[in-house]
Design a binder for this molecule. Sequence first.
Ligand code: NAG
Ligand code: NAG
Ligand code: NAG
Ligand code: NAG
Ligand code: ZN
Length: 276
Amino acid sequence: MKSKMQFLALALALSAPIAALPAAQSPKPLEDPVKAPFPIHHSCNATEQRQLATALQETVTLVEHAKTHILRWGNESAIYRKYFGDRPSLTAIGAYDIIINGNPENVLFRCDNPDGNCELEGYGGHWRGENATDETVICELSYTTRRSLTTMCAQGYTISESETNTFWAGDLLHRLYHMPAIGQGLVEHYADGYDGVLELAGGNRTEAVHDSETLQYFALEVYAYDVVVPGIGCVGGQEEHGDEESEEPPSQDEDDEVEDIPDNCHTHEGGELHCI
Ligand SMILES: *[C@@H]1O[C@H](CO)[C@@H](O)[C@H](O)[C@H]1NC(C)=O
Ligand SMILES: *[C@@H]1O[C@H](CO)[C@@H](O)[C@H](O)[C@H]1NC(C)=O
Ligand SMILES: *[C@@H]1O[C@H](CO)[C@@H](O)[C@H](O)[C@H]1NC(C)=O
Ligand SMILES: *[C@@H]1O[C@H](CO)[C@@H](O)[C@H](O)[C@H]1NC(C)=O
Ligand SMILES: [Zn+2]
């Protein structure tokens, strides 16, 4: 009994200064500069929180650029007309703006698996639907497969031949539009895939400006064209060598030609006119 008491006293005497040491030496962590534009649930651990916050920031970056492009060019942009046809631009501007400036509080991203759907093959996440209408679960697969926008137009990605969810920003944009507070039941699925989206635009249908896939494709294409590989982008498919339809420009002297180029166009080497 006595020896046990002595041991305890000794242990206490030793442990007090030792315990104090690390506290004195470890600096308080500095604040993480990565701020999430939308709330992230505490079920996300430190690395998931950080990955998701970065991906949501990229989502905002992507749509900020899409909105800027429309505000600058409207339907003068060939890319605008390709995806939105003859439709007025207000709806698309609003659909992007609500991501940037909307109240983010009615949206929650979580990392646990409350509905068990992350067990399903290929599930990168899901909207919780009737179980929690403002919540989206992001499953483990997303953290290991979804790419950063910094890899756009690389590693085989093309707009026309790759999925919009190749990039986490495109994937999260789609998930955000499913949240009632963001998509408001207006941004929905009316077309599927690249060809479906182009068909929707060509048909002069009002749905083009509030189709979820159209809004993703347009944002990705203008980002590729304006930012990633300026003036070129990475549409892929036929469009890459798709100038067959362009006719010989009427011959005129060079000065006239330069003056006639619209604001949103530029000439490539060899005189090829390229308009955005
Ligand atoms: C967070 O969870 C993921 C998935 O379980 C895991 O891979 C990762 O190592 C965890 N991060 C930390 C810091 O524990
Ligand atoms: C662009 O929009 C304006 C205003 O809605 C319209 O008058 C014009 O015809 C449109 N141009 C094209 C090329 O669609
Ligand atoms: C809602 O919860 C039930 C019961 O856990 C589950 O079967 C269902 O798949 C969930 N719904 C969604 C959309 O996850
Ligand atoms: C597209 O629809 C609008 C109204 O819905 C109409 O004013 C416009 O002429 C249509 N354009 C074409 C090319 O059909
Ligand atoms: Zn969807």
